[in-house]
Design a protein around this ligand. Sequence first.
Ligand code: UD1
Ligand code: CA
Length: 457
Amino acid sequence: MTLAAVILAAGKGTRMKSELPKVLHPLGGQPMLGHVLDTLAACRVEKVVVVAGHGLEQVAAYVDGRAQVVCQEQQLGTAHALLMAESALEGYAGDILVLCGDTPLLRPGTLEQLVREHRRQQAAATVLTAQLADPTGYGRVIREADGRVSRIVEQKDATADELAVKEINTGLYCLRSTGLFAALKEIRPQNAQGEYYLTDIIGLYVGRGERVAALTCADPAEVAGINDRWQLAQAERVFRLRHLEELAKSGVTVLDPEHTYIEVDVTVGPDTVLLPGTYLARGTRIGCGCTIGPHTYLRAAELGDGVQVRFSVVEESRLESGCTVGPFAYIRPGCYLAEQVKVGDFVELKKATVGPGSKIPHLSYIGDATLGSSVNIGAGTITCNYDGKNKWPTVVEDGAFIGSNTNLVAPVTVGAGAVTGAGSTITKDVPAGALAVERAKQKIVPDWKKKGGQGGE
Ligand code: UD1
Ligand code: CA
């Protein structure tokens, strides 16, 4: 039997109080909708339809062909939303998973269980439920005395007794396609919100004697629906702890999981230590035996093995094994640090390639530069790479020694093994092995104070 899925994602998400469509709000650095699409991809669902409405163009641009996007122009309710997928699923005969775009923590295994249960029971509809200590806001699952599900009632339509029920509707269903759309058309908006509720399909099927099943999700955290930003914050915490737990179990030391932040697609090798205040944003890959943090932000950073980064920021750059960075360094996009490079305190690098074993220990700006191996950059060195219009390159060849407080006015090349005197402003290329000094000769005026001199000359 085949499997299709419909993701309901047309709602405005009024409670988010945002210009951005709700399902595009990021969780772990990736839009919520992306999480749902990933989960379906892991289940090898063959056809996925996304029902979009609010921010349709933005949602469609994000989906970018991963699913068919259909439009629900007016958000008349979840049943109406599912109905919008009818033509996209024309001719399809099989089971249909219905998911909400605002339930991003769902695991593939849970969906597979839902489908298995649905097929085992040969049900027309199977709803995924959960037991919550605080069910406020969710639809409640009403069961007969014998335990069979009879209907779902929304919070706003529930009686006091019904509100006391702790078993909630997760908004996830597996539905048999046969007769589904005909049944949806029978649903009427007779409720507190005047909406076409998809939840009514349960009562409708039960009334007709169709088989309705329910599966209770073991981990309620998985099915949390995100309606406002506080719920999003709680979900972010669940997501990150889940990811950190996986890392910890694969050999990463996470000193304080409550103060370590991580986004999707981040990988970390065993024996790496993540210290508090570390934020690992998307695209970051860390090797083995590294020490990251405390208080470090890495985005799209690729680190080899044994790299140390303390109190620093690294973005869109690659650091080979054995590099040390920080404290208080800023490595901006486009940098490549070969093995054993040292970048010390208050150093900013941008589009810089640094050869093996080179050192930039303190207080420097190195931009649009290529440094060879075993180069030493003195404290306070600045590449003057920008003339107000264009950016120019600086080249420092192998083994060159740049004196403290040197200005390298680009375009300029310092040859292999060359030396620049401290405080020099280098505007012309320095040949290999040469010394370049550019500064006024020091003058001494004896007895300056006695002669009544003040301040500078
Ligand atoms: C819904 C369920 C509720 C369940 C909860 C689980 C209904 C009537 N209620 O309530 O039983 O406990 O989810 O999280 O189904 N949407 C559309 N078009 C619409 C309306 C909604 O696409 O016209 C989409 C939304 O974008 C959202 C999803 O459907 O992704 C659920 O809608 P939402 O308004 O969040 O429903 P809840 O009140 O949370
Ligand atoms: Ca919801």
